[in-house]
Design a protein around this ligand. Structure first.
Ligand SMILES: Nc1nc2c(c(=O)[nH]1)N[C@H]1C(S)=C(S)[C@@H](COP(=O)(O)OP(=O)(O)OC[C@H]3O[C@@H](n4cnc5c(=O)[nH]c(N)nc54)[C@H](O)[C@@H]3O)O[C@H]1N2
Ligand SMILES: Nc1nc2c(c(=O)[nH]1)N[C@H]1C(S)=C(S)[C@@H](COP(=O)(O)OP(=O)(O)OC[C@H]3O[C@@H](n4cnc5c(=O)[nH]c(N)nc54)[C@H](O)[C@@H]3O)O[C@H]1N2
Ligand code: SF4
Ligand SMILES: [Mo]
Length: 693
């Protein structure tokens, strides 16, 4: 539906939504004239977008209308990874793909694996027709773990679902702990509310190994070692207990397992945690004092904390803090990691994805984090058939998945048949047998929920598909027809899918189209009097099957792996940069110009003994691999930790590789998540590496 027309210019504006994997899920207004996009702007009247977009999506038209967009199907003519293709007609491409998939499926459909993540967060262009296709086929299932499953498991264990505060209410908080979140870079619209609170006198504390631009603007910065947040949370509990800053009534009525947790926390005096976290005990005491005395106190946790071995345990411990002090009593108190669970009851995922099409078949599940190893595995009783075909959409695994050397070796297999639905020739598309041109958010219909606020949004197509691009849904419909899948659900058009996506009693589709968004009806302070979505309504310190949470050290740290740390003494994290979104936008020239080149932040005390100065090209390496970065010596990195910013496209990096060359395929304690930030490395000047002998 058109939101506005301007008769004088002939332009029209449509309601849209930002498709990216970002908690803000902004409401967009896209203005079009004569089939061209004039402007992509934030909706001024949407309560969390309030007219502002990040720099990246303000340039969405530059990305969509990029001269290097893939606009016709392509067939590989060079070796895998070389990125050499010839154009091919849609019919030829679809026929060839269907024929190959049919042959493999005749032996065992589980040898076919879909690989997708959140290139678009849309319910229609994400897992709707695609999931129907793979369910009908009986392909292997993909466990979509690459981002948030450790934290998700923690929220499910503690609160019963991925639920938390409304982002708007942070504006009224008096104390905000910004924990493992570079909000200015990755959660800008939360940051506006935090700033409003700051202007009204609130205290802001940033807990992050990196001195981020967000840390710069907070009153306090707790620069702990990566993966040690669980120890910090336990010590905060210790202090709340010994100084009796507890809300005894809230704990007694609304928390299960407090007695056991209390005992465990008493083992963690600030000095013990300080030694683990690499910070001062006095800083922990001061933080505990603030958290125990300032009301309302809110925590904005982000996924940075759970990309280490103890990811789930850490998030469970942090998620319990608001229960200790009864912070949930106030709408501006509590915690927000994800709001996506609020949408779970109103999403009709089964109607969209149709798992019933599996019938009695129960295919194996492959964890997307270990795609490197799994592509290289032979058939076995344990694993099942070797992976023979991979269909990738909404993801760029050759850049983003850990242990890049293994991932590339897997994608380079000559006997692997790879189809990639993409906008661009990414590092992954370069390894494809066929690249199929997909539409962007400006060209297709979608419906969005959010993991950072509680509004559902519509995305109306603003322009017709460019070139020969087709929506993901259409590509899977076309493939289904060629595979002979006759079920009527393969005939559903995008509007039918969009209308089926959400429960009409909660989100009326016609209102969604008219207004652009609909807020879920939820209480302002959802857990003021308990009522967590657990069976008995209580938050759980002691969770079924998991017991009590504890500090779980990293797989790789100076304390937990001293022998490894002698060779690779620096802990490396690789958090998101402001102007890319995962690996998306790296190929947008104006944004790449702002980010410059792959960067490694290092503290002067670690740089000097290695002969590294600001601007030195360095080699970063461990036993898994190596890459090159430009050193930035300064106060953004603490001692013992180096920060590599962003997941660069390998082929757009000077070294031809990226930081995932160094990360490991190990998994988190619970949830099967990745451990990108649990990674020991060594750093040396690149010149030293180039010297002969
Ligand atoms: N601009 C931009 N925005 C993004 C993204 C992007 O790539 N660029 N990515 C999007 C995605 S996929 C997601 S999942 C979301 C959230 O993505 P997150 O990865 O949670 O994003 P950040 O807010 O940067 O939070 C990570 C912060 O955690 C810090 N950190 C790393 N290890 C630790 C640790 O052990 N403890 C603590 N306390 N902090 C640690 C990092 O230094 C960083 O500042 O953001 C989304 N938004
Ligand atoms: N070292 C390190 N690695 C990381 C992280 C980190 O912090 N450090 N972060 C991790 C996290 S949190 C995440 S979520 C993952 C993200 O990993 P991915 O979900 O793979 O994210 P992107 O790299 O943004 O790649 C998305 C791709 O989808 C494509 N796309 C977008 N829209 C559409 C569409 O409508 N149709 C089709 N067919 N394609 C589309 C885009 O062009 C893009 O190439 O990366 C992880 N990798
Ligand atoms: S990437 Fe995030 S902040 Fe930027 S427009 Fe999209 S939702 Fe908004
Ligand atoms: Mo993510």
């Amino acid at each position: 539906m058109i939101a506005a027309m301007d008769a004088s210019t002939g332009s029209r504006t449509v309601h849209a939504a930002c498709p990216h994997d970002c908690p803000d899920t902004c409401a967009l207004q896209v203005t079009v004239q004569g089939g061209e996009v004039l402007r992509v702007a934030g909706a001024a009247d949407h309560p969390t977008t309030h007219g502002a977009l990040c720099t990246k999506v303000a340039r969405y038209a530059e990305r969509s209308c990029h001269p290097e967009r893939v606009l016709q199907p392509l067939r590989r003519i060079g070796p895998k990874g070389a990125g050499r293709f010839e154009p091919v007609g849609w019919d030829d491409a679809l026929d060839a793909i269907a024929a190959r998939l049919r042959t493999i499926a005749a032996r065992d459909p589980q040898a076919i694996l879909p690989y997708s993540y959140a290139g678009t967060m849309g319910l229609v262009q994400g897992e709707s027709m695609a999931a129907r296709f793979f369910h009908r086929l009986g392909a292997s299932l993909l466990d979509r773990t690459i981002c948030s499953t450790a934290g998700g498991a923690a929220l499910a264990a503690t609160y019963g679902a991925k639920v938390g505060m409304h982002v708007e209410h942070f504006a009224d908080s008096r104390l905000i702990l910004i924990w493992g979140s570079n909000s200015i870079g990755s959660n800008l619209h939360f940051w506006s509310f935090a700033q409003a609170a700051k202007r009204a006198g609130a205290k802001l504390v940033c807990i992050d190994p990196r001195r981020t631009e967000t840390a710069d603007k907070c009153h306090e910065h707790v620069a702990l070692l990566p993966g040690t947040d669980g120890a910090l949370a336990l010590a905060l509990m210790h202090e709340l207990i010994v100084h009796d800053r507890l809300d005894h009534d809230y704990l007694a009525r609304h928390v299960a397992g407090w007695v056991g947790l209390r005992e465990r926390a008493l083992l963690w005096p600030p000095e013990r945690a300080a030694a683990v976290c690499g910070i001062d005990a006095a800083q922990i005491r001061a933080l505990a004092h603030d958290y125990g005395s300032i009301r309302p106190a809110a925590i904005r946790l982000n996924y940075g904390v759970q990309r280490a071995h103890g990811g789930c345990n850490t998030v469970r411990l942090i998620a319990l803090l608001p229960c200790l002090v009864g912070a949930w009593r106030h709408r501006a108190g509590g915690m927000l990691l994800s709001s996506s669970g609020w949408f779970a009851p109103v999403r009709n995922d089964a109607a969209l994805q149709r798992p019933d099409l599996l019938g009695a078949r129960r295919p194996r599940t492959v964890n997307m984090v270990t795609i490197g190893d799994d592509l290289l595995r032979e058939a076995s009783a344990d694993f099942g058939p070797r992976i023979e075909a991979l269909v990738v959409y909404n993801s760029n695994p050759v850049a983003v998945a850990p242990d890049g050397r293994r991932v590339r070796a897997g994608f380079a297999r000559d006997d692997l048949f790879t189809v990639v639905l993409e906008h661009f020739l990414t590092d992954t598309a370069d390894h494809a047998d066929y690249v199929l041109p997909a539409t962007t958010q400006l060209e297709h219909l979608d419906v969005h929920t959010s993991y950072g606020h509680t509004y559902a949004l519509i995305n109306e197509p603003a322009i017709a598909p460019l070139g020969q691009a087709r929506p993901n849904t259409q590509i899977f419909r076309d493939l289904a027809a060629r595979m002979g899948f006759g079920e009527p659900c393969f005939g559903d058009d995008d509007e039918t899918l969009a209308r089926a996506a959400l429960d009409p009693a909660a989100v009326d589709f016609d209102t969604l189209r008219r207004v652009g968004w609909v807020k879920l009806a939820l209480p302002d302070a959802p857990f003021a009097d308990g009522g967590f979505p657990t069976p008995d309504g209580r938050a759980r310190a002691d969770a079924p099957g998991l017991g009590l949470p504890d500090f779980v050290p990293n797989h790789e740290s100076v304390q937990s792996a001293p022998a490894l740390a002698r060779r690779f003494p620096l802990a490396m994290i690789s958090p998101p940069p402001r102007n890319f979104l995962n690996s998306t936008f790296v190929n947008v020239r104006s944004l790449r110009a702002i980010e410059g080149e792959p960067m490694l932040e290092i503290h002067a005390d670690d740089a000097a003994p290695r002969g590294i100065a600001d601007g030195t090209m360095v080699r970063v390496f461990n036993d898994r691999g190596s890459t090159a970065c430009r050193a930035r010596v300064g106060n953004r990195a603490r001692t013992g930790v180096v920060n590599a910013l962003g997941v660069w496209w390998r082929k757009l990096s000077p070294a031809g590789s990226n930081i995932n060359e160094l990360t490991s395929q190990r998994l988190t304690d619970v949830g099967g998540g990745p451990v990108f930030y649990d990674c020991l490395v060594q750093v040396e000047p690149a010149a030293a590496a180039a010297e002969p002998g």
